[in-house]
Design a protein around this ligand. Structure first.
Ligand code: XMP
Length: 429
């Protein structure tokens, strides 16, 4: 299948992703590559139509000169140098910038528009089938956006040659494990192993207060449970992962230091050797969602807000107890329901409740109570490195407070967290 592409060369610009996404929005595929690509590396990439030196032809980053590799000029395709810091002309206005890029992509490079989700899905189905042959693939299906879309693609490409393992560690939101089973097993007909590991996780976490220790236990226990399931399926040669393009970009290019280290199912033991299947690794998050919708996944799954791997475990502050964990889960469900009713669901980046291990005096039905508070957190952010507070209308907060204090066992007070990041992190632990 034909797929013209424009290479974005990372010359130390912070705007690589923006430029890549803008050109993809024209229907032309883009890839981000390091500035010192060799002719050999370039020759491995098919259908290059043009090259953008993003950040200008020469740059100094952290005192180090960054020069575009001569091979880039010798590739026989048009080269455009753009500099966002004003050394060479690069329009401030988005509209002017888009028309400059359009002119380059279509008039100078003659690229054709083949980049769309239907083509992507067709292409991936073929390439997954080619990679896997008659082999068997294993997928840890958390129900998050990325693993769900991987599941959707692999079910289409491989049907029963895929086994999805859904580990319920007891720290998922209300209704989530049920939705995973319903969508993937009942509706899409996937091989799905549902593992009820709630007791196993909560027993291991019993009495553990330190947030990082909690994270470590949840992470390593997850690998153990997954490993146990993998060993029961002896003929599995492939492991699918929901790696997406920002994971690869953020792991650090030549000029950008690593922001976060990403690991999905890392740390499996040596005797469990898999070949990776990563069908989303060239997609940005919005494209992953578009792909999910095109595959028929429910919008509630595809547009889910981000949810941390350790789940509600880091929102049940300190040592997790089953009753307080239920209070987190139930108050979170009410918050989500009310945000949906109020039309805030797609508008606010992340929102949840936190229940600290602290009690205060209250009154219910003329009797004294001594119970926990639920804390509402609702934030907006671009990249989760900094965040601002969503000013939730007072009437909505009042309704949520009424419902939580009346419907959730163990909660007699509701607080609203006003702290941006920094000073607070988004999660409380
Ligand atoms: P913080 O709390 O660091 O969170 O401001 C930034 C974003 O990361 C999510 N988060 C995590 N995600 N494992 C994850 O997969 C974790 O241990 C973890 N801790 C925080 C958080 O929900 C927010 O979106």
């Amino acid at each position: 299948m034909k797929q013209d592409r424009i290479l974005i060369i990372d010359m130390g610009s912070t705007k690589n992703t923006d430029v890549a996404r803008e050109i993809r929005s024209f229907g032309v595929f883009t890839e981000i590559h390091p500035h010192d690509m060799t002719a050999e590396q370039l020759s491995q990439i098919p259908e290059i139509k043009g090259i953008i030196l993003n950040g200008g032809p020469h740059r100094v980053v952290d005192g180090m000169a960054v020069e575009a590799s001569p091979a880039l000029y010798g590739a026989g395709v048009p080269v455009l140098a753009v500099d966002h810091d004003g050394q060479s002309p690069w329009p401030e206005q988005l509209e002017d910038r888009l028309s400059l890029m359009k002119k380059f992509v279509f008039e100078d490079c003659g690229a054709e528009t083949h980049w769309n989700m239907d083509n992507f899905i067709k292409e991936q189905v073929l390439s997954i089938q080619e990679q896997v042959g008659d082999g068997h693939v294993l997928l840890a299906l958390s129900g998050g956006v990325d693993s769900s879309v991987v599941a959707g693609l692999l079910i289409r490409a491989l049907g029963k040659q895929l086994t999805c393992v859904h580990v319920n560690h007891g720290l998922l939101r209300k209704g989530e494990p049920e939705q995973v089973v319903q969508v993937f097993r009942d509706e899409m007909g996937a091989n799905l192993v549902y593992v009820d590991a709630v007791d196993r996780f909560l027993d291991k976490l019993d009495g553990v207060e330190d947030p990082e220790k909690k994270r470590m236990i949840i992470g390593s226990e997850f690998i153990r449970v997954f490993e146990d399931e993998a060993r029961k399926l002896p003929d599995v040669r492939f492991l699918a992962q929901g790696t997406i393009y920002p994971d690869i970009i953020e792991s650090g290019t030549k000029t950008v230091k690593s922001v976060k280290s990403h690991h999905n199912v890392g740390g499996l033991p040596d005797d469990l050797q898999f070949e990776l299947v990563e069908p989303l690794k060239m997609l940005f998050k919005d494209e992953v969602r578009e792909c999910g919708l095109a595959l028929g996944l429910p919008a509630s799954m595809v547009y889910r807000q981000p949810f941390p791997g350790p789940g509600l475990g880091v929102r049940c502050i300190g040592a997790i107890t089953r009753d307080r964990l239920e209070a987190v889960r139930e108050s979170d469900a009410i918050l989500r329901e009310e945000f949906e009713i109020a039309g805030l669901e797609g508008k606010v980046w992340q929102y949840f409740t936190v229940v600290p291990d602290l009690r205060s005096v209250g009154v219910r039905n003329h009797a004294r109570t001594y119970e926990w508070p639920a804390i509402i957190r609702a934030v907006n952010t671009i990249d989760a490195m900094t965040a601002t507070i969503e000013p939730v209308p007072y009437a909505i907060l009042e309704k949520i407070t009424h419902r939580i204090t009346h419907e959730v066992k163990g909660i007699n007070r509701v607080l609203y967290d006003l702290t941006p990041k920094p000073a607070g992190t988004i999660e409380w632990e």
